[in-house]
Design a protein around this ligand. Sequence first.
Ligand SMILES: C[S@@+](CC[C@H](N)C(=O)[O-])C[C@H]1O[C@@H](n2cnc3c(N)ncnc32)[C@H](O)[C@@H]1O
Length: 246
Amino acid sequence: MFSDADAAALYDLLNPWDPDQRPEDSFYFPLVMGAESVLDVGCGTGSMLHLARERGHVGRLVGLDPDHAALERARRRADIEWTDGTAAEAERGANFELATMMGHAFQNLITDQDVRASLAGIHGALRPGGRFVFETRHPQARAWEGWTSSNPDDVAEVIDESGRALRYWHGVDSIAGDVVSISGTLAELDGTVLRGFTEDLRFLDVATLNGFLAEAAFEVEAQYGDWDMAPIGSSSREIITIARRG
Ligand SMILES: C[S@@+](CC[C@H](N)C(=O)[O-])C[C@H]1O[C@@H](n2cnc3c(N)ncnc32)[C@H](O)[C@@H]1O
Protein backbone atom coordinates (compact mmCIF):
# COMPACT_ATOMS: atom_id res chain seq x y z
CA MET A 1 0.00 0.00 0.00
CA PHE A 2 2.88 2.31 0.81
CA SER A 3 6.26 0.99 -0.35
CA ASP A 4 9.79 1.79 0.87
CA ALA A 5 10.21 3.85 -2.32
CA ASP A 6 7.02 5.78 -1.44
CA ALA A 7 8.45 6.34 2.05
CA ALA A 8 11.70 7.73 0.62
CA ALA A 9 9.71 10.10 -1.59
CA LEU A 10 7.60 11.13 1.40
CA TYR A 11 10.79 11.88 3.37
CA ASP A 12 11.75 14.46 0.75
CA LEU A 13 8.30 16.03 0.84
CA LEU A 14 8.41 16.31 4.62
CA ASN A 15 12.06 17.44 4.75
CA PRO A 16 12.83 19.60 1.72
CA TRP A 17 16.55 20.41 1.83
CA ASP A 18 16.92 24.15 1.24
CA PRO A 19 19.76 26.37 2.49
CA ASP A 20 17.77 29.45 1.46
CA GLN A 21 14.91 28.54 3.82
CA ARG A 22 16.16 26.30 6.62
CA PRO A 23 18.79 27.51 9.11
CA GLU A 24 20.29 24.02 9.57
CA ASP A 25 20.83 23.70 5.82
CA SER A 26 22.32 27.18 5.57
CA PHE A 27 24.77 26.22 8.33
CA TYR A 28 25.99 23.13 6.48
CA PHE A 29 25.92 24.27 2.89
CA PRO A 30 28.89 26.69 2.88
CA LEU A 31 31.01 24.07 4.66
CA VAL A 32 30.14 21.55 1.95
CA MET A 33 30.69 23.98 -0.93
CA GLY A 34 34.03 25.06 0.57
CA ALA A 35 35.44 21.53 0.91
CA GLU A 36 37.32 19.81 -1.90
CA SER A 37 35.83 16.40 -1.11
CA VAL A 38 32.79 15.51 0.99
CA LEU A 39 31.46 12.30 2.51
CA ASP A 40 27.82 12.65 3.61
CA VAL A 41 27.24 9.93 6.19
CA GLY A 42 23.58 8.92 6.49
CA CYS A 43 22.89 10.84 3.26
CA GLY A 44 19.36 9.44 2.98
CA THR A 45 17.80 10.47 -0.33
CA GLY A 46 20.87 12.56 -1.16
CA SER A 47 19.18 15.99 -1.37
CA MET A 48 22.12 17.89 0.09
CA LEU A 49 24.68 16.41 -2.31
CA HIS A 50 22.29 16.85 -5.24
CA LEU A 51 22.10 20.56 -4.51
CA ALA A 52 25.87 20.85 -3.97
CA ARG A 53 26.49 19.43 -7.46
CA GLU A 54 23.70 21.49 -8.96
CA ARG A 55 25.19 24.66 -7.47
CA GLY A 56 28.64 23.94 -8.88
CA HIS A 57 30.63 21.70 -6.53
CA VAL A 58 33.24 20.09 -8.79
CA GLY A 59 35.05 17.85 -6.30
CA ARG A 60 34.44 14.33 -5.03
CA LEU A 61 30.99 13.90 -3.45
CA VAL A 62 30.05 10.61 -1.83
CA GLY A 63 26.80 9.70 -0.09
CA LEU A 64 26.80 6.74 2.32
CA ASP A 65 23.64 5.19 3.77
CA PRO A 66 22.38 1.71 4.69
CA ASP A 67 18.79 2.45 3.55
CA HIS A 68 18.38 0.95 0.06
CA ALA A 69 15.19 2.78 -0.88
CA ALA A 70 16.62 6.16 0.14
CA LEU A 71 19.82 5.46 -1.78
CA GLU A 72 17.85 4.40 -4.85
CA ARG A 73 16.26 7.84 -4.83
CA ALA A 74 19.66 9.47 -4.32
CA ARG A 75 20.92 7.61 -7.42
CA ARG A 76 18.69 9.71 -9.65
CA ARG A 77 21.79 11.88 -9.86
CA ALA A 78 24.63 9.85 -11.40
CA ASP A 79 27.42 12.42 -11.08
CA ILE A 80 27.75 11.66 -7.36
CA GLU A 81 29.03 8.40 -5.80
CA TRP A 82 26.45 6.53 -3.72
CA THR A 83 27.57 3.81 -1.30
CA ASP A 84 25.32 1.37 0.46
CA GLY A 85 26.65 1.02 3.99
CA THR A 86 26.93 2.31 7.52
CA ALA A 87 29.24 4.94 8.98
CA ALA A 88 31.40 2.13 10.36
CA GLU A 89 31.93 0.95 6.77
CA ALA A 90 33.15 4.31 5.41
CA GLU A 91 35.97 4.06 2.88
CA ARG A 92 39.30 3.84 4.76
CA GLY A 93 42.10 6.08 3.55
CA ALA A 94 39.78 8.07 1.27
CA ASN A 95 41.24 11.39 2.46
CA PHE A 96 37.98 13.34 2.55
CA GLU A 97 38.34 16.95 3.62
CA LEU A 98 34.88 16.96 5.17
CA ALA A 99 32.44 14.39 6.53
CA THR A 100 28.91 15.47 7.42
CA MET A 101 26.13 13.64 9.25
CA MET A 102 23.02 15.78 9.18
CA GLY A 103 19.29 15.48 9.76
CA HIS A 104 20.11 14.09 13.25
CA ALA A 105 21.35 10.88 11.60
CA PHE A 106 23.93 10.60 14.40
CA GLN A 107 21.07 9.79 16.78
CA ASN A 108 20.51 6.54 14.89
CA LEU A 109 23.73 5.26 16.52
CA ILE A 110 22.26 3.52 19.51
CA THR A 111 24.86 1.47 21.38
CA ASP A 112 28.28 2.61 22.58
CA GLN A 113 29.67 0.08 20.12
CA ASP A 114 27.70 1.73 17.24
CA VAL A 115 29.04 5.15 18.22
CA ARG A 116 32.64 3.94 18.56
CA ALA A 117 32.62 1.95 15.31
CA SER A 118 30.98 4.83 13.41
CA LEU A 119 33.44 7.43 14.67
CA ALA A 120 36.33 5.09 13.84
CA GLY A 121 34.93 4.62 10.33
CA ILE A 122 34.53 8.36 9.76
CA HIS A 123 37.98 9.06 11.23
CA GLY A 124 39.50 6.55 8.82
CA ALA A 125 37.80 8.16 5.82
CA LEU A 126 39.04 11.68 6.61
CA ARG A 127 42.43 13.17 5.81
CA PRO A 128 44.54 14.30 8.79
CA GLY A 129 43.05 17.64 9.85
CA GLY A 130 39.79 16.83 8.01
CA ARG A 131 36.55 17.80 9.74
CA PHE A 132 33.49 15.87 10.83
CA VAL A 133 30.42 18.11 11.24
CA PHE A 134 27.18 16.79 12.69
CA GLU A 135 24.40 17.56 15.13
CA THR A 136 22.48 15.69 17.77
CA ARG A 137 19.46 16.97 19.71
CA HIS A 138 20.37 18.18 23.19
CA PRO A 139 18.64 15.92 25.75
CA GLN A 140 17.88 18.90 28.01
CA ALA A 141 15.30 20.16 25.47
CA ARG A 142 13.37 16.86 25.67
CA ALA A 143 12.32 17.12 22.01
CA TRP A 144 10.44 13.82 22.30
CA GLU A 145 7.80 15.50 24.48
CA GLY A 146 6.60 17.35 21.36
CA TRP A 147 6.32 14.18 19.27
CA THR A 148 2.64 13.55 19.74
CA SER A 149 -0.46 13.86 17.59
CA SER A 150 -1.83 16.38 20.11
CA ASN A 151 0.93 18.81 19.07
CA PRO A 152 -0.28 20.58 15.90
CA ASP A 153 3.35 21.45 15.02
CA ASP A 154 4.16 17.74 14.81
CA VAL A 155 1.31 16.77 12.50
CA ALA A 156 2.22 17.23 8.86
CA GLU A 157 -0.18 17.14 5.93
CA VAL A 158 1.22 16.69 2.44
CA ILE A 159 0.11 15.71 -1.04
CA ASP A 160 2.33 12.88 -2.26
CA GLU A 161 3.71 12.39 -5.79
CA SER A 162 0.60 10.46 -6.85
CA GLY A 163 -1.73 13.18 -5.59
CA ARG A 164 -2.81 11.48 -2.35
CA ALA A 165 -3.47 13.73 0.66
CA LEU A 166 -1.59 12.27 3.62
CA ARG A 167 -1.16 12.99 7.30
CA TYR A 168 1.97 12.03 9.27
CA TRP A 169 2.63 12.25 12.99
CA HIS A 170 4.87 10.80 15.69
CA GLY A 171 4.43 9.18 19.07
CA VAL A 172 6.84 7.98 21.73
CA ASP A 173 6.64 4.25 22.46
CA SER A 174 9.20 4.00 25.27
CA ILE A 175 12.23 5.61 26.84
CA ALA A 176 15.13 3.54 28.16
CA GLY A 177 18.04 5.58 29.53
CA ASP A 178 19.08 7.96 26.75
CA VAL A 179 17.31 6.00 23.99
CA VAL A 180 13.84 7.09 22.89
CA SER A 181 11.81 4.67 20.77
CA ILE A 182 9.38 6.50 18.54
CA SER A 183 6.82 5.57 15.97
CA GLY A 184 5.62 7.47 12.95
CA THR A 185 2.14 6.94 11.53
CA LEU A 186 1.13 7.71 7.99
CA ALA A 187 -2.58 7.91 7.26
CA GLU A 188 -5.07 9.21 4.77
CA LEU A 189 -7.06 12.22 5.89
CA ASP A 190 -10.04 9.98 6.76
CA GLY A 191 -7.81 8.20 9.30
CA THR A 192 -7.04 5.07 7.25
CA VAL A 193 -3.54 4.10 8.36
CA LEU A 194 -1.24 3.31 5.41
CA ARG A 195 1.97 2.53 7.22
CA GLY A 196 3.75 2.70 10.57
CA PHE A 197 7.44 3.33 11.09
CA THR A 198 9.53 2.75 14.20
CA GLU A 199 12.88 4.20 15.09
CA ASP A 200 15.21 4.42 18.09
CA LEU A 201 17.02 7.68 18.73
CA ARG A 202 19.82 8.20 21.23
CA PHE A 203 20.15 11.51 23.05
CA LEU A 204 23.77 11.87 24.14
CA ASP A 205 24.71 14.68 26.51
CA VAL A 206 27.65 16.96 25.74
CA ALA A 207 30.11 15.30 28.11
CA THR A 208 29.34 11.77 26.90
CA LEU A 209 29.50 12.85 23.26
CA ASN A 210 32.81 14.63 23.74
CA GLY A 211 34.19 11.59 25.56
CA PHE A 212 33.43 9.43 22.51
CA LEU A 213 34.99 12.01 20.19
CA ALA A 214 38.18 12.26 22.24
CA GLU A 215 38.45 8.48 22.42
CA ALA A 216 38.18 8.34 18.61
CA ALA A 217 40.98 10.95 18.26
CA PHE A 218 38.72 13.82 17.21
CA GLU A 219 39.40 17.27 18.60
CA VAL A 220 36.32 19.45 19.12
CA GLU A 221 37.03 22.62 17.17
CA ALA A 222 33.66 24.28 17.82
CA GLN A 223 30.36 23.33 19.41
CA TYR A 224 27.14 25.31 19.10
CA GLY A 225 23.69 25.18 20.66
CA ASP A 226 21.88 26.61 17.67
CA TRP A 227 22.23 27.10 13.92
CA ASP A 228 23.15 30.77 14.40
CA MET A 229 26.35 29.47 16.08
CA ALA A 230 25.27 30.53 19.58
CA PRO A 231 27.23 28.70 22.28
CA ILE A 232 25.57 25.78 24.04
CA GLY A 233 23.50 27.09 26.96
CA SER A 234 20.73 25.94 29.24
CA SER A 235 18.03 26.46 26.60
CA SER A 236 19.90 24.96 23.63
CA ARG A 237 18.00 22.37 21.66
CA GLU A 238 20.96 21.14 19.60
CA ILE A 239 24.57 20.07 20.05
CA ILE A 240 26.21 21.04 16.75
CA THR A 241 29.80 19.87 16.54
CA ILE A 242 32.72 20.63 14.28
CA ALA A 243 35.36 18.00 15.11
CA ARG A 244 38.80 17.80 13.57
CA ARG A 245 40.56 14.52 12.89
CA GLY A 246 43.72 14.42 15.03
C1 LIG B 1 16.74 11.26 9.44
S1 LIG B 1 17.63 10.57 8.12
C2 LIG B 1 18.65 11.93 7.61
C3 LIG B 1 18.96 11.88 6.14
C4 LIG B 1 19.75 13.07 5.60
N1 LIG B 1 21.06 13.15 6.22
C5 LIG B 1 19.01 14.38 5.78
O1 LIG B 1 19.53 15.29 6.43
O2 LIG B 1 17.91 14.50 5.25
C6 LIG B 1 18.79 9.52 8.95
C7 LIG B 1 19.59 8.66 8.01
O3 LIG B 1 20.63 7.98 8.72
C8 LIG B 1 20.78 6.71 8.14
N2 LIG B 1 21.49 5.82 9.08
C9 LIG B 1 20.98 5.07 10.07
N3 LIG B 1 21.95 4.36 10.68
C10 LIG B 1 23.12 4.69 10.05
C11 LIG B 1 24.46 4.28 10.20
N4 LIG B 1 24.82 3.41 11.15
N5 LIG B 1 25.40 4.79 9.38
C12 LIG B 1 25.03 5.69 8.42
N6 LIG B 1 23.77 6.12 8.23
C13 LIG B 1 22.83 5.62 9.03
C14 LIG B 1 19.35 6.28 7.85
O4 LIG B 1 19.30 5.23 6.90
C15 LIG B 1 18.75 7.57 7.34
O5 LIG B 1 18.85 7.69 5.94
